[in-house]
Design a protein around this ligand. Structure first.
Ligand SMILES: Cc1cc2nc3c(=O)[nH]c(=O)nc-3n(C[C@H](O)[C@H](O)[C@H](O)COP(=O)(O)O)c2cc1C
Length: 208
């Protein structure tokens, strides 16, 4: 497969098109599906592709230029080290769990070659409402899914229990105003997904 990278970032003040008709983007959006992390394998993005994904994710709308998100990447050995922390935590929480459960935690981040934790970093008591700052982090997650797909990788947005666990949060180095918006698992699909049931857009014209 061709190794795909986006064009360089524009500089502040550069003229940019207001729109960019792109049948390929429409095709991607119309047919995109998440790939379950458990059916992911390698290869994942290389260092330049990983950095490009982060650059694209950091282009999401952001009211007030607060940059209310940051990213933590997990690759190689770091994935196993985080798994060791999850396993130890589960052993504390559920000392009588079956061995497979501990193995699952140990191997969590090994499911994909790259995991990007998107951290929502809210500035409290700011005129920009917290809700808007949080939504911007969600937009960064969705951009990662779309950008990964456009680069030729499978992806899934997960939170799972460890996004909300006190000890896992500490291991991630989260401060009090920070929350995990998602762990974006990125790799290659060992099997293609199929379409899932969906509801039509719940939309109505406002009648006044
Ligand atoms: C914030 C957020 C957290 C999610 N966390 C999980 C999760 O922990 N476990 C899970 O199976 N799916 C989770 N999902 C759902 C999957 O990422 C995905 O949306 C779902 O499998 C259907 O995907 P698709 O419509 O993109 O194909 C989460 C979705 C969002 C938006």
């Amino acid at each position: 497969m061709t190794r795909l990278l986006p064009p360089p970032a524009p500089d502040a003040g550069d003229a940019l098109p207001a729109c960019r008709p792109s049948p390929e983007t429409l095709e991607l959006l119309a047919r995109r599906r998440s790939t379950l992390a458990r059916v992911m394998t390698g290869p994942g993005p290389d260092a330049a592709q990983r950095d490009a994904l982060l650059r694209l994710a950091a282009r999401v709308p952001d009211h007030g230029k607060l940059f209310p998100w940051r990213f933590l990447t997990f690759e190689g050995e770091a994935r196993a080290r985080f798994g060791d922390i999850l396993e130890a935590r589960l052993r504390d929480l559920e000392p009588d769990a079956p061995p497979e459960r501990y193995e699952l935690e140990r191997n969590r981040f090994l499911r994909a070659p790259l995991v990007i934790a998107v951290i929502s970093d809210v500035t409290e008591n700011h005129k920009i409402p917290e809700w808007e700052q949080i939504m911007s982090a969600g937009a960064a997650c969705q951009t990662l899914l779309i950008a990964a797909s456009a680069m030729g990788f499978a992806a899934q947005w997960l939170t799972e229990w460890y996004a909300y666990d006190r000890i896992a949060r500490a291991a991630l180095g989260l401060s009090s105003g920070e929350r995990v918006a998602g762990f974006i698992y990125i790799g290659t699909a060992s099997e293609d997904p199929s379409e899932r049931p969906r509801t039509p857009a719940r939309a109505s014209a406002w009648g006044g």
